[in-house]
Design a protein around this ligand. Structure first.
Ligand code: LLP
Length: 421
């Protein structure tokens, strides 16, 4: 459920009419609903009620300071994957003890930054990383709390580019080698092994792979405890999918996922962490765009928008589907026509949808890409020198620009021409 609804035929974000935002901020622009964001965070928090737990929002999904601040006030932790994300989380008011550090390629300076600034745990993904983290911690005279990410070799049944839990993926340590690696970790004085971490992929719409992975983690917990390790925390990753196409059967809910967690690892008495990203912010954001032209091709109609692949890359990169809706509803019974929805960028890949059924539209009309809050703005670029797409946050009847569109000068002045040119 989200808070983007039609009122008198005009799409609103909470109580704000989207054309008002377009008029004041221009298009393309990302628009987020605070009520939807907090609602989705709370669904996860409630799904684990009664268990000792922390919901660590995977901020790679959307990392604007305002969004992080909203979630921080809800008590969210953060899952970060870079020094930049760590800095953003801290700047938005998230304390170090609520930040977990994931990622296959943590650098020495990132480790140093988190160890000095405060960190709940590192999710270690390889033996060389473990050795380096140990050395950095010892050099600082501190002990680094860690989990080790295991790769359970489970097929998450999602798009190949976002599946992470099969043995051929670069993530984690093969679960078969886990005992050996934990034994090695226990010998390192700069590390405190607190638990196990697993994440098998993103946009999962079936709970079975989660269940399979968590069952393996539960078995491993018992084995490692028998080996003498004090396993007291399980980070179970993120990955629950969202409904991208209205009308299709919706994916399982956070409460259903929570039940799987209770079933599979509830008896172990561990503290539980989860790292949802997409489901917290995905349906809390949309991309608002304006029609530039309607172009009649050879047997095809092209809807040319002012948004492009640089603003929302998911369709080009993952063949992702986003519902595209007119901001002003057309009258009941208006016949729809198949349109190829495209942006102005000079590549055929700059196509959002082919043969999408849409009511007749004209230049100047507004459209919205639904479910664009996650992996939308954060993956945007300035390709074709299109200034970075701005972001707006709505709360009830008020809205604020939370990242302004750079002017051409601001965009250009980030470059420098060396004196010797
Ligand atoms: N934890 C780890 C270690 C992850 O790698 C990810 C996502 C998450 C949590 C959050 O997963 P979520 O709950 O958002 O599914 N750009 C792609 C998605 C990449 C996901 C990468 N890792 C897309 O637009 O679909």
């Amino acid at each position: 459920m989200d808070h983007f609804l039609y009122r008198n035929g005009i799409l609103h974000a909470e109580d704000v009419a989207l054309p008002d935002i377009a008029a004041q901020v221009g298009t393309p622009v990302y628009v987020y609903s605070r009520a939807t964001l907090t609602r989705h965070f709370r669904l996860f928090d409630q799904a684990l009620a009664g268990m000792d737990h922390l919901v660590c929002y995977a901020m790679k999904a959307a990392s604007n300071q305002a969004l992080l601040a909203v979630l921080a006030r809800e008590g969210a932790g953060m899952d970060v994957v870079s020094g930049g994300e760590y800095a953003r989380a801290r700047a938005a008011g998230v304390p170090g003890e609520r930040i977990v550090f994931s990622g296959v390629g943590k650098t020495e300076s990132e480790m140093r930054m988190a160890l000095m600034g405060g960190i709940r745990q590192f999710n270690v993904e390889s033996e060389p990383e473990m050795a380096l983290l140990n050395a950095v911690a010892l050099s600082l005279g501190v002990v680094a709390p860690i989990t080790i990410r295991v790769n359970p070799d489970v097929d998450a049944k999602t798009h190949a580019k976002i599946a992470t839990g099969k043995s051929e993926n670069k993530f984690g340590i093969p679960i078969a080698r886990a005992r050996q690696v934990y034994a090695e970790a226990a010998r390192l004085r700069g590390l405190d092994v607190v638990g196990i971490d697993v994440h098998i992929g993103s946009q999962l719409t079936d709970l079975a792979p989660f269940r399979m992975a968590y069952r393996k983690v539960a078995e491993l917990t018992e084995t490692l405890r028998a080996d003498g390790h004090n396993i007291r925390r399980l980070d179970l990753g993120g990955g629950l999918g969202i409904p991208y196409t209205r009308g299709n059967e919706p994916p399982p809910l956070p409460v259903d996922w929570g039940q799987v967690i209770r079933d599979e690892v509830g008896h172990l008495g561990c503290q539980i962490e989860i790292e949802p990203g997409r489901l917290i912010v995905g349906n809390a954001g949309l991309l608002l765009s304006q029609v530039i032209y309607i172009k009649e091709g050879e047997g095809r109609h092209f809807l040319i928008l002012d948004a492009a692949m640089n603003d929302l890359i998911r369709p080009a990169m993952y063949d992702a589907h986003h519902d595209i809706v007119p901001v002003v509803e057309s009258g009941l019974g208006t016949p729809e026509v198949p349109m190829d929805v495209v942006g102005p960028v000079c590549e055929s890949g700059d196509t959002f949808a082919r043969g999408r059924m849409l009511p007749p539209m004209a230049s100047g009309d507004l459209v919205a890409f639904r479910s664009a809050g996650a992996y939308g703005a954060v993956m945007a670029s300035e390709y074709n020198s299109r200034p970075l797409v701005p972001e707006v946050l709505v709360d009830g009847d008020q809205f604020a620009v939370i990242r302004a569109r750079p002017t051409f000068d601001e965009m250009i002045n980030r470059d420098t021409i060396p004196g010797w040119v």
